[in-house]
Ligand binder design. Structure first.
Ligand SMILES: Cc1cc2nc3c(=O)[nH]c(=O)nc-3n(C[C@H](O)[C@H](O)[C@H](O)COP(=O)(O)O)c2cc1C
Length: 879
């Protein structure tokens, strides 16, 4: 028998066994069988030799004894207690061993060969990467990208030895790797190390708590240094402590961080990055809670005549199912906001909100994710522009486009569909230029995307969701928009049509589809408000923010002004006061969301409040373009309660300034502010200082000084032309940034970004596993409800806390581009009652939104949020 190793991590994944008959030379055995079958010989060894020959050490001895026992029992039954004749000699001959070895070699070579074809590489010898130490190679690679001094220790091994030491740790301490791996870190302390500090560390480790100390340590050359040490447990995807990480900062170099990050934040960043690496390699193994899973499966099978949700792994696994690919940029270092800001943000931690985690899903999808739309089949349509030359993704079946003004023949894709569950994608063919276009989803789930540039500026395109077998693709309609729409905004209307507002030098709006009774079918409605809000040279009012209001009017925000607009009668109903401070629309790009519409307690006319954050001062674009001076971005957010008798902006300050933020409504009703830059404006290379830190904004936090929390940073700048959307499992998909002509990756400060990342907000932290609800079934025929209709969701939760509250949130998936999520909308449903079905299962009965003004028809994600923790959504169609 011979082990077969996984080529990547050196683990044994199979055994190959070959059987070679040993020539019979009969002799009387000196071994006696026992009837109770414990062993063949007195020590059992003779039998083991006979069966397993010279490779027996590869096999666990318990199984040898067990096998011996079984075989012995069988033999004994037929042996009638007589002495047995056994083969002589007990061991195989050299020839027989050679035969076996050759057979094994042949099998291994075939296995190795075919493993190269399948990609699951195996080999016959343990083949570890040099210096891999005690961790798998994938984890080693991920950890290797973290450039600070840190070690990982394994609490499951005796005396908690170091299993990974970073290069910076070796440089700091002067040891070689082989001198530290396998040892407890206490070798760093010495004569004058304070024993109370050591005691403090020991206590924290025992209590599985993080700790930060200042400890005197010694290098290999006996010189001492003050170690600003942070130690923290690292949990795997199922919430168990897998390792401890210790981050060492030499106090004498404490302030030497070229990006200006404070030492605490540097340590936090390392811990965050280590957690991501560990978590992403332990994910995809199913729920940690098999009891809950079994219960859910049982209930799903027995429940109701309605719709049991297919028990996809996604329901149980909030973590993506595939390991991330390595990123070449991981060592790019932290680029961040100015030092004083970094220091400030450290004070916002400690509100019991973990900082969230980043996972690199795809190192390159071949196109830059300038526009993104999630569809109800959990696939995301992503597209770039078509006139920047060939992308890094080839069209299938030899398809090409001809005579685009970028290249004569372009056989590359500028669009793709990304499958969230499998982290895979498929190229799509988009015919005309979709650059800076807009979109909305039709009530039947089809993406209606309009406009773009030159060849595409009047186009209307459809993308109908399909399963993979159908290979659906973009369809361009023969009819066009009435006018060019480049940088316009689309909003789905209560009657299912789409309104398309504005665009560069377009001070008008139109609808899709057009009124069939209008013979000219060229309907176009003027909107002078857009002309009035256009700044000379800079514009600052493109991609206006639109929201359908519960009274049926359309809220339009452009530059600094906003109106409630009756689009049917082309009439301004109300003008609101201008937002103080900076400009908020392209290129002074800020972002906006409509805060949750709360229908609780039968309230059919909820409060309506708009939130706008970030942007740039007037003149910033001009300065960036003409003088390459990047003005500090806006730090303010404004809230405007439209339903107040006299609405007034209430201004707040973010922890850091930001232009081009994306704002995502989370199922909890909080807002995630993510992506963007600290200086400059939108536009080609017009910004600097990417803000890598997402910020959580909690609109309902009564203490306004605690509404913002700075979360863990990414390492990939996401500035102009980046996008972000909420995924069905509660993560945020982030992609794109700074596309350049010919997909330039060099000689520019912020090159074309083709990667896709996912940010998991705090609520996905494994510590909340017991609180996370899993929707089992939805009692709504064909997953549809009509307005005001009652429906129910059955969900399982391990630790139910009714006192802490259940909410059910409907979220419309947004069309994300240029820092605005068109059609994004969160509605908190009115709950009738919650009933307990079994030990772990509950049913929440809710009312669908009362009118299409509150929730325009179409597909929504439904999240159950238990004690502030959402689970995976299910989709519902409101008709
Ligand atoms: C992940 C990790 C990193 C550590 N790093 C250091 C270190 O850099 N310097 C140090 O003196 N002790 C460090 N320690 C602490 C020691 O390993 C040990 O826990 C401490 O000396 C108290 O335990 P003891 O009383 O068994 O020695 C680290 C511990 C852990 C778990």
């Amino acid at each position: 028998m011979s082990p077969v190793f996984n080529k990547v991590d050196g683990r044994v994944i199979h055994f190959v066994g070959v059987q070679v008959p040993i020539l019979l030379k009969r002799r009387r055995s000196g071994c006696g069988f026992e009837k109770n079958g414990v062993s063949l010989c007195e020590d059992g060894s003779g039998f083991r030799e006979n069966v397993f020959g010279s490779c027996r050490r590869e096999v666990c001895s318990d199984s040898v004894v067990e096998l011996a026992r079984v075989l012995a029992t069988d033999s004994v039954l037929g042996s009638d207690d007589r002495e047995l004749e056994v083969d002589e000699p007990c061991e195989a001959s050299d020839l027989e061993k050679r035969k076996a070895a050759t057979a094994i070699d042949n099998i291994l070579s075939v296995l190795t060969h075919y493993s190269e074809v399948t990609g699951r590489l195996v080999c016959g010898k343990r083949c570890c990467l040099p210096g891999m130490g005690l961790l798998g190679s994938s984890l080693n690679i991920s950890l290797g990208r973290i450039k600070q001094s840190f070690v990982l220790t394994d609490p499951h091994l005796p005396d908690m030895p170091i299993v990974y030491a970073s290069d910076a740790f070796l440089t700091l301490t002067g040891y070689d790797r082989h001198e530290v791996v396998g040892r407890n870190c206490r070798f760093l302390s010495g004569m004058d190390t304070d024993s109370s500090t050591i005691f403090q560390i020991r206590e924290s480790i025992q209590n599985e708590q993080p700790c930060t100390v200042r400890i005197l340590n010694y290098r290999k050359d006996k010189s001492s240094f003050w170690n600003f040490l942070h130690i923290s447990p690292v949990r795997n995807a199922s919430g168990k402590i897998a390792y401890f990480v210790g981050v060492q900062i030499d106090e004498s170099c404490k302030h030497q961080d070229k990006q200006g990050l404070g030492p605490e934040l540097r340590q936090r960043s390392v811990v965050g990055a280590v957690r991501v690496a560990v978590r992403s390699l332990s994910m995809g193994v199913g729920t940690s809670n098999s009891r809950l899973k079994a219960e859910l499966t049982r209930i799903a099978a027995s429940n109701s005549p309605f719709n049991p949700i297919v028990q996809s792994p996604e329901i149980f696994n909030v973590w993506p199912t595939k390991a991330p690919q390595p990123s070449p940029r991981f060592d790019a270092g932290w680029v961040t906001f100015p030092p004083n800001e970094a220091e400030r943000t450290t004070t916002t931690f400690g509100q019991n909100i973990p900082g969230g985690e980043w996972v690199l899903l795809q190192n390159s999808i071949g196109v830059s994710a300038m526009h993104m739309q999630l569809l109800y089949n959990n696939k995301v349509v992503i597209f770039d522009r078509t006139d920047f030359g060939t992308s890094n993704l080839t069209l299938p079946h030899g398809e090409c486009r001809y005579n685009d003004h970028a290249v004569k023949v372009d056989c590359s894709a500028h669009s793709l569909v990304y499958d969230v569950a499998t982290n895979t994608y498929r190229p799509l063919m988009v015919q005309t230029n979709v650059w800076c276009s807009s979109g909305a989803v039709h009530p039947d789930g089809t993406l209606i995307q309009t406009g773009g540039y030159l060849s595409g500026d009047r186009k209307i395109r459809l993308f109908k969701p399909c399963n993979d077998v159908q290979e659906c693709d973009w369809i361009e309609l023969p009819q066009n928009l009435t006018v060019r729409r480049w940088y316009a905004t689309n909003q789905i209307l209560p009657d299912g049509r789409v309104i398309i507002v504005g665009g560069r030098r377009q001070f008008s709006y139109e609808f899709f589809p057009k009124n069939p009774n209008n013979a000219s079918s060229k309907e176009l409605y003027q909107l002078p408000f857009l002309r009035e809000t256009t700044d000379k040279y800079e514009e600052n009012n493109l991609y206006p923010f639109l929201y359908i209001l519960p009274d049926g009017n359309l809220y339009i925000f452009a530059n600094q002004r906003s109106i409630s607009f009756d689009y049917v009668n082309n009439r301004i109903v109300q003008e609101f006061p201008p937002i103080p401070g900076e400009k908020r629309n392209y290129p002074a790009t800020g972002s906006s969301v409509l805060l949750p519409l709360r229908l609780t307690d039968g309230n059919g006319s909820p409060e309506v409040e708009v939130l706008i954050c970030g942007g740039a001062a007037g003149g910033s674009y001009y300065q960036a373009e003409k003088t390459r001076v990047f003005v500090e971005a806006s730090k303010t957010c404004g809230r405007l309660k439209l339903t107040d008798p006299v609405p007034q902006w209430v201004m707040e300050e973010m922890p850091m300034g930001r232009v081009m933020p994306d704002m995502i409504m989370l199922p909890t009703g909080d807002v995630l502010i993510i992506n963007g830059a600290s200086r400059g404006t939108a536009g080609w290379d017009d910004a600097d200082g990417p803000v890598l830190y997402p910020v959580l904004y909690m609109p309902n936090e009564p203490n306004s000084s605690q509404r913002f929390t700075v979360l863990n940073p990414t390492i990939i700048p996401r500035m102009y032309h980046s996008a972000a959307i909420l995924l069905p499992d509660g993560r945020i998909l982030v992609g794109g940034s700074n596309p350049h002509k010919t997909y330039n990756f060099t000689a520019v400060p912020y090159p074309t970004e083709l990667s896709l990342e996912a940010f998991s907000p705090h609520y996905m932290d494994p510590q909340y596993a017991d609180l996370r609800p899993s929707i089992i079934s939805m009692e709504a025929r064909d997953m549809m409800v009509s307005y005001g209709e009652q429906f129910a969701l059955t969900f399982g939760v391990n630790a139910y806390r009714p006192d802490l509250g259940i909410t059910v949130a409907l979220i419309a998936p947004s069309f994300s581009t240029h820092s605005f999520g068109m059609n994004q909308r969160l509605i908190v449903l009115d709950i009738l009652h919650v009933e307990q079905l079994s030990r772990f299962a509950y049913k929440v009965n809710v009312y669908a939104p009362p009118t299409p003004n509150i929730a325009p028809p179409g597909y929504y994600m439904v999240f159950v949020v238990h004690d502030g923790i959402p689970g995976h959504c299910v989709w519902i169609k409101i008709i």
